[in-house]
Design a binder for this molecule. Structure first.
Ligand SMILES: [Zn+2]
Ligand SMILES: [Zn+2]
Length: 93
């Protein structure tokens, strides 16, 4: 039987009928790898649904929990631009 840990792949004689790995190190290694893969998969999935800031010059990743199309920094920038525009329109207050 061949060790189920793909990084090992050693031939071994199983002592137990449900033995999948040649040694406990391989068992641990395979479990760790699975955990890591699962973690990466979750991370990729979360990144997949993340959105970038709507501003052309900014590529901040928006939080999944943000409803706005642009990031907080751009939002503040836009806000001050708007204020500046109003100030010019109505004169200094
Ligand atoms: Zn092994
Ligand atoms: Zn931004």
């Amino acid at each position: 039987m061949i060790c189920a840990f793909d990084e090992c792949g050693k031939q071994f004689d199983p002592h137990r009928h449900n033995q999948k790995y040649c040694c406990s190190e391989c068992c641990k290694g395979a479990t760790n790898k699975r955990t890591k893969e699962k973690y990466l998969e979750t991370k990729m999935r979360l990144q997949g649904v993340s959105r970038k800031c709507g501003s052309k010059t900014c590529d901040t990743i928006l939080s999944r929990y943000t409803d706005s199309k642009i990031c907080n920094r751009c939002l503040a920038e836009e806000d001050s631009k708007e204020r500046e525009r109003l100030r010019r329109m109505f004169g200094a207050i």
